[in-house]
Design a protein around this ligand. Structure first.
Ligand code: ADP
Length: 460
């Protein structure tokens, strides 16, 4: 198609240039005759006729001409002019008129002009045969016709070869991509050598594969850890029941066994609840009910719960809040859960006689909560990973404390859902501080009273 267009345009161009050449040739002849007339105007028509005949004999290239004087009488005519197929057009003053017609059976391009030379008027017609030019055009067209199919064939082969070459890397990518499944997520697409769009696409796909691989690894790890953590309490419940049922027991033995079963089931429920929360968080299926609330009330509530939790240990649980309310935009249930996780940990990991302090303050644009304890502390080694799922510090694992290492992961998720940050500082044997910061509101906007809140359902 593009070849046909190319040839069509070339044909037009060639025709135009031939036309211009023919016009130039007839114009040049016209000017030669003019010069002759100019020089011989004084000598009379006979002399002029004689000169023109000589000129006509000189022109061996088939050019013809005729010249008439001011009265329209012919001074000289090449005989073929008399055999013109169509009458020549009327000549306009001064301007050269071009006209194509047959003289005898040959085609000519004729330049016609009326001129005033040395006070006399002449009309000159100079004709140039178009045949040589037509032949050149025909020759050009036959070359076109012969080369077009060859060129089209060549171009098709070249196109086929080139597309095969350029599609080879795409095919390789398709083949590799087909072979990648969940079991072979570590495979990567081969990078094409050229620094082009395809290479960028491959790099992007590889980066995507990397992200998918990490996510799948996380999910697999999560499932494995969760199954492991669920198996332990179920095994405890089962073993307790089996051992108890082996023979007749006293009332108090039955009581003890049932208490153990109850306690373990409660822990299992809590674990399942935490697992569900994180699964929902991963799925993005949790919507926070954001309202304006006074953080101080929630801190005091957490302190009350801490006091209940630490009843057996005689810990000193205190809370310090500023005199003015500290307003934040938050989900009340989520905030309670976050504070409970931190206070529960502080109580859990602080030995009898220790202290746990919850402090709320407003620092600039931030509302800050510090949960400080004088507990067992966390080593520098463990500190960076305690917010990861299923991570428990070395100091804890050896002890008989309940927990699956999910609390702080949930705490971090809740904090981040509120645009806040959570960090921990700790020293083994001295204690730990967990610091949570939230963006604070300047003032109360339709704040709700906590007591009017619905009971803390398991929304998150
Ligand atoms: P867990 O259910 O084990 O308490 P968390 O995610 O709440 O899980 O905490 C992760 C680990 O961080 C705990 O196992 C414990 O080793 C450590 N940790 C958390 N809070 C404290 C604390 N206040 N004092 C000492 N260690 C803590």
């Amino acid at each position: 198609m593009s070849f046909a267009v190319f040839f069509w345009i070339s044909d037009i161009g060639f025709r135009r240039s031939i036309e211009a050449t023919v016009n130039d040739a007839s114009r040049t002849n016209l000017e030669t005759i003019q010069r002759l007339l100019q020089s011989k105007a004084e000598s009379g028509n006979d002399k002029i006729r004689h000169e023109l005949r000589e000129l006509s004999d000189l022109w061996a290239n088939g050019a013809l001409f005729e010249v008439a004087d001011g009265n329209g009488d012919w001074i000289f005519r090449s005989p073929r002019f008399m055999l013109a197929k169509t009458p020549l057009p009327a000549v306009q003053d001064r301007r050269i008129t071009f006209f194509t017609t047959n003289l005898d059976s040959f085609q000519y391009r004729i330049a016609l002009q009326r001129v005033d030379l040395a006070g006399k008027r002449y009309e000159i017609h100079a004709a140039v045969p178009t045949e040589p030019f037509d032949q050149a055009l025909d020759h050009f067209r036959s070359i076109e016709q012969e080369t077009l199919p060859v060129l089209v064939l060549l171009a098709s082969f070249l196109g086929y070869w080139l597309s095969g070459r350029s599609l080879a890397p795409v095919n390789r990518i398709i083949e590799t991509a087909k072979s990648i499944g969940v079991q072979s997520l570590s495979r990567r697409l081969e990078l094409p050598r050229a620094q082009d769009e395809l290479r960028r696409l491959t790099e992007t796909l590889n980066a995507m594969l990397e992200r998918i691989e990490k996510s799948v690894a996380r999910i697999t790890q999560f499932t494995a850890d969760a199954s492991h953590d669920l198996r332990t309490p179920v095994a405890v419940i089962r073993a307790t029941a089996e051992i108890t049922l082996r023979r007749r027991r006293t009332d108090s033995e039955y009581r003890a066994a049932l208490s153990k079963v109850l306690e373990t089931s409660e822990e299992t429920s809590e674990l399942i609840e935490n697992l569900l929360t994180l699964a929902r968080a991963d799925a993005g299926a949790v919507s926070m009910d954001m309202r304006t609330l006074d953080l101080a009330k929630h801190v005091l509530k957490a302190k009350e719960r801490g006091a209940v939790l630490s009843a057996e240990k005689t810990l000193d649980v205190t809370a310090r809040t500023p005199p003015k309310p500290v307003w934040i935009e938050a989900d009340a249930i989520a905030i309670d859960r976050l504070l409970l996780i931190l206070v529960d940990n502080a109580v859990k990991y602080t030995p009898t006689g220790g202290r746990c302090e919850i402090e709320l303050s407003r620092e600039g644009e931030q509302a800050q909560i510090r949960v400080r304890d004088t507990g067992i502390g966390i080593s520098m080694n463990d500190l960076p990973s305690i917010f990861e799922r299923f991570v428990r510090a070395d100091s804890t694992r050896s002890r008989e404390t309940r927990g699956a290492g999910l609390g702080l992961a949930i705490a971090r998720w809740i904090t981040e859902m509120h645009g806040g940050t959570i960090v921990a500082e700790s020293e083994i044997g001295v204690g730990s501080v967990f610091r949570v910061s939230f963006p604070a509101l300047r003032e109360h906007r339709n704040a709700i009273d906590l007591n009017e809140m619905p009971p803390a359902a398991s929304r998150i």
